[in-house]
Design a protein. Structure first.
Lengths: 283, 267
């Protein structure tokens, strides 16, 4: 190898090393905050009931959101993969724009749609209100989780050889059988990656929920229904929102503890996607 | 590409209905801000200079942080795409982590990252103060978008077959010349699309800013942050107008990225 190439290789490795070092620093430099001198671990969040309710709420709502997103998104992505090119370009632009929106705009648009827009009439007709309620969290999470899931699911279906399904159809399968028995199993790594990404995006939701639902921790227990109390999700906020409240009130150790809980969950999910052979694209 | 024996089954109908429904919801979602505001109110609020000043702050900070993110992202992405990594999944997870965690936690982690030696004394010597300053906003945007830029650039370089480079090197080019003269131009459009996406992401950042930098009129009130601040004070018209500006930036960036990427089918 020439001298130039040797140096080029060294520069690239140095670049990658610096990047890994910088990210590690971002997280590791905060570890000491978890162990304050004379205080309990992470500001004592582990012995606080509202922390566990928050964690419970985050996991349950993210799971519910990811399942709803999958039920809507996987068939929609499959339908998209069979449409003409113009649909694909439109989906590129639309999903790209949705995923590039600031979370505050997402929350505001939801408020406009559910408070003043067509969905206000729908709610009146159904006799429900989702704004500033716990189910509202699911709505706010779904907007971005579904968009992120759709990107992964359509990529998974588009990567399939169309002859697979065509063969199944010629052998007498109808379109649902071809989807369920052929396309879905063949696209499994991408489908699972999309599911994990949608779950993670819902878990990480913050700004939209803050605008659309505000916080719940200060509300009296009587404001919550039987189901919420039975699930232990009453008087609790999503972990990211709870973290923000802790920091705002100056309880940095507790906020840091929640930040690490979120970061470790994310790391586990990203590693899972990688392990499964899925690729993360877009945001 | 329908098979010749295709009968229209209920599943075709349901999945198509879902697709159209989701598309209609997202279109409605994008349009809701503009529809709610209407022309008269938009004209009234758009005449307020403070909104344009905030748009200027948003675009200029996003431009600077996109520059930084791409300067790190292009060589970093190339390295990620072409070097044989020792523990690939672990390293990829570490590099992807800042783009996957909630941006609000990045803001929390930045608190310790700049307050711990050796970073804190260095910042002091350099005379940089980050609290309630535009420099802090840029740091947040860089922290949130850099790993995103690296991943997008890695995908752009991975779309150029390594074989192309090998051929150039067999013909006598050194590695850096092959990378800069063959791979980089081939990935140009994909990189341009990545730059636009990163810019949109930087212009949308506010959670980390809120937690790490804090509010300061004229210095840290980028559009998405100002939307949240004014929303709490109940200034609906101005809030919706600023959100409309953000939605426009995001839509234009996505449109641009899609147009650029369309002309970049490599290999």
């Amino acid at each position: 190898m020439s001298v130039e190439s040797v140096w080029f290789r060294r520069v690239l490795w140095a670049q990658l090393g610096a990047l890994v070092l910088a990210v590690s620093w971002l997280f590791a430099s905060n570890l000491d905050t978890l162990f304050p001198a004379g205080g309990p671990f992470a500001g004592g969040i582990l012995s606080r009931a509202d922390f566990w309710r928050s964690l419970n709420l985050s996991v349950l709502s993210a799971t519910a959101t990811a399942l709803v997103a999958a039920a809507l998104g996987i068939p929609a992505a499959w339908a998209l993969s069979r449409r003409a090119l113009a649909w694909h370009r439109g989906a590129d632009i639309l999903l790209g724009a949705i995923l590039a929106l600031p979370a505050s705009s997402v929350g505001l648009a939801l408020v406009l749609l559910f408070q003043y827009g067509p969905l206000d009439w729908l709610q009146a007709w159904l006799g429900v209100r989702v704004i500033y309620t716990l189910p509202g969290i699911l709505v706010a999470q779904l907007v971005l989780a579904l968009a992120l899931g759709l990107q992964a699911w359509r990529a998974a279906f588009e990567a399939l050889d169309p002859r697979l399904e065509l063969t199944a159809r010629t052998l007498g399968a109808n379109s649902f059988q071809a989807f369920w028995r052929v396309a879905l199993p063949a696209a499994r790594p991408g489908i699972l990656a999309g599911l994990v990404l949608a779950w993670l995006r819902a878990m990480a939701e913050f700004g939209a929920v803050l605008l659309f639902c505000s916080t719940f921790r200060e509300l009296p227990a009587s404001r919550f229904g039987e189901l919420a109390r039975w699930l232990h999700v009453d008087r609790a906020d999503l972990l990211a929102v709870a973290m923000w409240v802790e920091i705002e009130f100056g309880r940095v150790e507790a906020g840091m503890g929640m930040a690490f809980a979120l970061a470790m969950t994310c790391a586990a999910c990203v590693y899972l996607v990688r392990l499964n052979g899925g690729r993360i694209r877009g945001h | 590409m329908r098979p010749s024996n295709s009968r229209f089954t209920p599943f075709d109908g349901v999945s198509s209905l879902l697709l159209v429904g989701v598309a209609a919801f997202y279109l409605l979602f994008l349009a809701s801000t503009a529809v709610y505001l209407g022309w008269a109110d938009a004209a009234h609020h758009l005449a307020r200079p403070v909104l344009w000043q905030r748009l200027g702050l948003t675009l200029s900070t996003a431009l600077i942080s996109t520059g930084v993110a791409m300067i790190v992202g292009i060589p970093g992405g190339y390295a990620l795409a072409r070097l044989p990594l020792p523990i690939p999944r672990v390293l990829a997870t570490v590099i992807e982590l800042p783009m996957m965690v909630p941006p609000a936690t990045v803001g929390v982690f930045l608190i310790g990252a700049v307050a711990t030696p050796p970073v804190a004394p260095l910042l002091k010597i350099a005379g940089i103060s980050l609290g309630h300053s535009t420099a802090g906003v840029i740091l947040c945007q860089v922290a949130v978008t850099t790993s995103f830029a690296v991943c997008l650039c890695a995908a752009a370089f991975a779309s150029v077959p390594a074989r192309v480079e090998t051929v150039a090197r067999t013909l006598g080019a050194t590695w850096p010349r092959a990378a800069l003269g063959v791979t980089l131009p081939a990935a140009r459009n994909a990189l341009l699309g990545a730059t636009l996406t990163v810019f949109a992401r930087a212009a949308a950042e506010w959670e980390a800013v809120m937690l790490f930098v804090g509010a300061s009129r004229g210095a840290t009130d980028v559009l998405p942050f100002a939307v949240f601040l004014d929303w709490n004070e109940g200034m609906m018209g101005g809030v919706v107008t600023m959100s409309l500006m953000s939605v426009t930036v995001a839509t234009l960036a996505s449109l641009g990225a899609s147009l650029v990427r369309r002309s970049s089918r490599v290999g």
